[in-house]
Design a protein. Structure first.
Length: 313
């Protein structure tokens, strides 16, 4: 039976990459066609399409590898997607800081997502290897998630991410002169004998760094659900490939779900505690999925029913 299982896994890896490449191509074609001017209705349709695609792929996993792996995929996907919402609001701040024109935003997001696809694979491979070689690292990941959750809960409203304080941006400015104006879709321009970087490249670099920071939290969170490299990576990437559409949807809804941040921090508390207690208490994947979905639903419902006074106006 081993060779059959291996062949199924290889087939799923091939199917996964075919779907991801096709999805990125379609996403690029659709969004570039709009030149960044995407209505909330169009963005909502595209977000629905990407979520449906992930659901179908989870169905394929269910068919070929059974319900357990499918539930792990769905739980990891929902977990990653919910954490990505917080990431999207950071992207909104980055684009606002660099004053990126709407028609250039899809390209910046594309390069940011492509970079995330590569970086996440490295992070996930290392994370799975660490846990398999050193079992105690699961406790390190658990403590990291609890720390992040506490930081999110205690963060004040005015303590938002400041792109100008990005480490990568400060380093980049020291090694490459940066122009203040845009030159189409160019990352670099040459004036005389000197090369300059454009704000578009600076924005992409800050996006990559912010995703790297988020990956430090999100990947350990998924590893609390499963340590299967394929399931961790595929759930991550399916959440990532829909981020461009999610960005355009959330950019028109910023501030409408003020309690979502607290819901996400509670989820991080849950998965962090799950990691720390993994040797003592076994929480079935279907229970984890139910808890995560319930927390998200309650956070969204509370935002609609009990909006803060500042959000009511």
């Amino acid at each position: 039976m081993e060779p059959v299982s291996a062949s199924v896994s290889i087939a799923l890896w091939i199917a996964f990459w075919v779907v991801v490449i096709a999805a990125l191509f379609i996403d690029l074609t659709v969004l570039n066609k709009h030149h960044g001017h995407v209505s909330m209705k169009e963005a909502g349709v595209m977000v629905t399409a990407w979520v449906s695609l992930a659901a179908l792929f989870g169905g394929a996993i269910w068919l070929f590898e059974g319900p357990q792996h499918a539930l792990e995929f769905y739980t990891g996907y929902i977990l990653e997607y919910s954490l990505s919402v917080d990431n999207m609001f950071v992207f909104i701040m980055i684009f606002s800081y660099f004053a990126i024109p709407h028609d250039l935003q899809p390209k910046a997001l594309l390069w940011g997502i492509l970079g995330a696809v590569v970086l996440r694979f490295i992070f996930i491979f290392l994370g799975v290897k660490l846990i398999s070689l050193f079992a105690w690292t699961i406790y390190v990941f658990g403590i990291l998630l609890l720390f992040t959750a506490s930081k999110m809960l205690l963060q004040k409203e005015d303590e938002n991410f400041d792109p100008s304080q990005s480490f990568i941006l400060k380093i980049f400015k020291k090694v490459m002169p940066l122009k203040t104006d845009y030159h189409g879709e160019n990352f670099f321009i040459k004036e005389g004998v000197k090369w300059f970087a454009t704000p578009l490249l600076a924005a992409v670099l800050v996006i990559e760094m912010s995703d790297l920071i988020f990956a430090v939290d999100s990947i350990p969170a998924v590893l609390s659900i499963t340590q299967d490299t394929f399931l961790v990576y595929s759930s991550n990437i399916f959440a990532i490939i829909g981020l461009r559409s999610l960005y355009f949807l959330l950019s028109g809804m910023a501030g409408k779900f003020p309690y979502l941040k607290y819901g996400i921090s509670i989820i991080l508390f849950f998965v962090g505690a799950k990691m720390l207690l993994s040797k003592i208490v076994h929480i079935p994947v279907v229970v984890s999925l139910g808890i995560i979905v319930t927390i998200l639903a309650l956070a969204i419902l509370a935002s609609k029913l009990f909006p803060p006074k500042t959000a009511q106006g």
